[in-house]
Design a protein around this ligand. Structure first.
Ligand SMILES: Nc1ncnc2c1ncn2[C@@H]1O[C@H](COP(=O)(O)OP(=O)(O)O)[C@@H](O)[C@H]1O
Ligand SMILES: [Mg+2]
Length: 375
């Protein structure tokens, strides 16, 4: 067990890295962040910020020497960096799990090979396969780059078969997944922790509402039949076990006509788990610290129904939103990530609304979102 007083490292200085550092520091650990951006949200609060590229040998050496254990806040971190760190300290999740989750083709094949349900897909790696792909999947469909996409970026909608050529070119003719565009009745996700002993602890299921491919709101507990929620928890646990995953992991699901399809796996804390910062006994970031340190998982019980809303840069319009409109409501908890530039679509923060009645929490969250948008 790695105990308070020791130093923990995180690759990536975004909001997820920041909230990891906050949890670690609260528990008495020291923190080191590696991120090339000198203004990174996590770097600003870490004990030490190494600003260097993720493959910088000297910075990795420093990190490995200082830290008892290192984790990541994003899955696209170079494999070679993780391997280098592994020679010096504990690294969780293991590089192999990240390798699968950072590549849609690998991820989808992993799911298929383990008989886990996904939307129909075709792995497209070259121009010559376009016709076969669209023949197999049909329209409407979505072409998604195999790597590098997030928040709906790196995706093209295809509504007629002849559009696939342009879509493939628009995405830079890189390896892609062509996926049937499904009529979703809901989207849900499960955040879980899996420890060294293989034990899995799941958070309550979140119901996720997206806007323009970006998460807008999560509602917890998800308003789905109990049996569907149980199935989601079982499938997420299966994913974690098949990956032999150690750490915090999120599984995103599509609900289509009362059945579940796995959309994506995030090998880290997830935006749809931010409700745990205020509404569960243990937050997903404390859980990440615990898993990294080989400690037992904390209690994942829900203390109150909760709605989490993202705050995107669009709200800024040249100046900060009128926060008093949100802070006037005692049921709300504001989290801002300390980012300077408020660009449209950029995640700047989120807020949680806690209320014993979930429909009232939802209504209040909508009112606050509308209030923040008013001039
Ligand atoms: N096959 C699909 N059918 C319908 N909607 C989809 C499909 N794939 C993605 N979406 C929508 O786009 C959102 C983002 O897509 P996703 O594959 O999760 O990429 P990202 O990595 O950007 O989160 C999903 O949460 C969902 O709302
Ligand atoms: Mg997603």
């Amino acid at each position: 067990m790695i105990l308070p007083g020791e130093t923990l490292g995180v690759l990536g200085g975004g909001q997820l890295g920041r909230m990891f550092c906050e949890a670690a520091r609260t528990m008495g650990y020291m923190t080191v962040v590696l991120d090339p951006d000198p203004l990174s949200p996590a770097g600003a609060i870490a004990d030490e910020h190494l600003h260097a590229p993720y493959d910088d040998e000297h910075a990795l050496q420093q990190m490995g020497e200082r830290c008892a254990a290192v984790t990541t806040e994003f899955e696209t971190v170079p494999d070679s960096s993780l391997r280098a760190l592994e020679r010096m300290c504990r690294v969780r999740p293991a590089p192999e799990a990240l390798r699968i989750c950072r590549d849609r083709i690998r991820e989808k094949r992993f799911l298929r090979n383990h008989c886990l349900p996904t939307a129909p897909f075709f792995a497209l790696t070259e121009q010559g396969q376009l016709e076969r792909a669209i023949g197999a999947i049909g329209v409407p469909s979505l072409l998604k780059t195999s790597t590098g996409g997030y928040d709906g970026k790196g995706q093209q909608t295809i509504t007629t078969e002849d559009e696939i050529d342009t879509a493939f070119t628009t995405l830079g003719r890189v390896p892609c997944v062509l996926e049937r565009r499904l009529d979703l009745s809901q989207e849900i996700s499960v955040v879980l922790a899996r420890g060294d002993n293989g034990e899995v602890s799941c958070y309550p299921v979140a119901e996720n509402q997206h806007r323009n491919g970006i998460l807008n709101r999560s509602i917890i507990p998800a308003r789905v039949p109990e049996q569907l929620a149980r199935q989601a928890v079982d499938l997420a646990g299966q994913v974690a076990r098949e990956l032999d995953f150690i750490g915090v992991l999120a599984v995103e699901f599509f609900v289509v006509e009362n059945s579940l399809l796995i959309n994506e796996i995030a090998p880290r804390p997830h935006n749809s788990g931010h409700f745990t910062l205020n509404a569960t006994v243990t937050s997903q970031f404390e859980q990440q610290v615990r898993m990294l340190c080989g400690l037992p998982a904390g209690d994942t019980s829900l203390l109150s129904p909760v709605v989490m809303c993202n705050l995107l840069g669009d709200l800024w319009n040249g100046r900060a939103p009128a926060w008093e409109r949100l802070l006037n409501h005692p049921e709300t908890r504001l989290h801002l990530y300390g980012k300077r530039d408020a660009r449209p679509g950029r995640k700047m923060g989120h807020f949680n609304v806690l209320h014993r009645d979930i429909e009232q929490a939802l209504q209040l969250s909508q009112e606050i979102q509308a209030l923040l948008q008013e001039p």
